[in-house]
Write a protein that binds this ligand. Sequence first.
Ligand SMILES: [Zn+2]
Length: 311
Amino acid sequence: MRDDRQDPAEPNRQRCHPPAPGSPADRRRPASEPRAPGGPLVEIVEAGRRPIILLCDHAGFVVPDAIGDLGISRVNLMRHIGWDIGAAAVTRELATRLQATALFNHASRLVIDVNRRPRTVTSIPAVSDGCVIPKNQHLSEAAVDRRIRDYFLPYHRAVARRIAAFRSIGQIPVLVAVHSFTPHLAGEDRPWHVGILWRGDRRLAGPVLERLHAQEELVIGDNQPYSGQREFGYTITFHAQRTRLPHIMFELRQDEITEQPGIDRYAALLGDCLEPALADPDLYSIFDGDNLPTTGGLRAWRHAGHFSPLE
Ligand SMILES: [Zn+2]
C-alpha cells in the first residue's frame, strides 16, 4: 500500500539489497508465486454463490513476457515491494470458508499498481521502499498507456463485471479487500498483526474490529498501519466507496502469513470475525451515509472516477 513506497526523489539505494541467503527473512519467503504456471493474470475463483467478492490486488509478482523484466532481480521482485506476501493464500482459503467469489491480480504491483490511480507517482513506481526500478524510469506516454490498458483495466473490468452480475439479479454484493504489509518499514517496527482500514461506512468494519479486539494475544490496528481516512487506494474507493457498497479492507502483517499454519490461522480468524456480520441480511444494502474523507476536503472517489473501467 501507499506507505510501503517512497518518494522517488529520495531513493535509498542501500535498502535495495535482499535478505542474505539462509537468513531468517530469506527462509520465511515463499518459494513460489501463488499462481499456476501459464495461468491468467486475472484469476477468478468461485467458491460459492453468496454475494461476497474478495479482492486480492497484489496477489502475485508476475512480470508479463511483453515487458520482459523490470531490471531488478527475482529476489527483489519476491520481496514485499513486488507483491503482498501471503495475501493470496489467505484470500483463497477465506473464499472457501465464506463460499465467496475471489479475484486475484497476479501481475506485480511494480508493473502497475492496480490499487493506485493511473498516472500518479505510485502507479508505476520508479522507486519502491528504496529499491530503484530501472525499467520504470522515464516511461513514455505510450508505454504508460499500454501498462494501464494491459494490466490495470482488465482487473478492474473483471471486478466491475462481478459486481454488475450480482446487481443485475437484485443483489448488493459485499466487497472484502485483502492486503498484507511488511513488518518493518523505514527503520520502524509495525506492531499490528491485523489492521482494518475504514472511512465512512463501518457496517462491516465496526463489528469485525470488535471481534478482533477480543483476541487478546493480537495487536489490532484500527485504521493502522495507515489510515483509510487519508488514503483508501483505488480499488475500494472506486468499486465500493463511490457506489456505497458494503465493504472492508484487511491489512495482514506479512511475517504472520508466510507459511501454511499462519495462513490457515488467519483465514479462520478473518472468517470467524466476518461471518456474524455477513449473516445479517441488512448488510447487503446501499450505505445511506457518505464515505467522504473527514479531513482535507479532498473527495477521493471523484479522483478515482477519472479512470473508470466501465467507460
Ligand atoms: Zn496490497
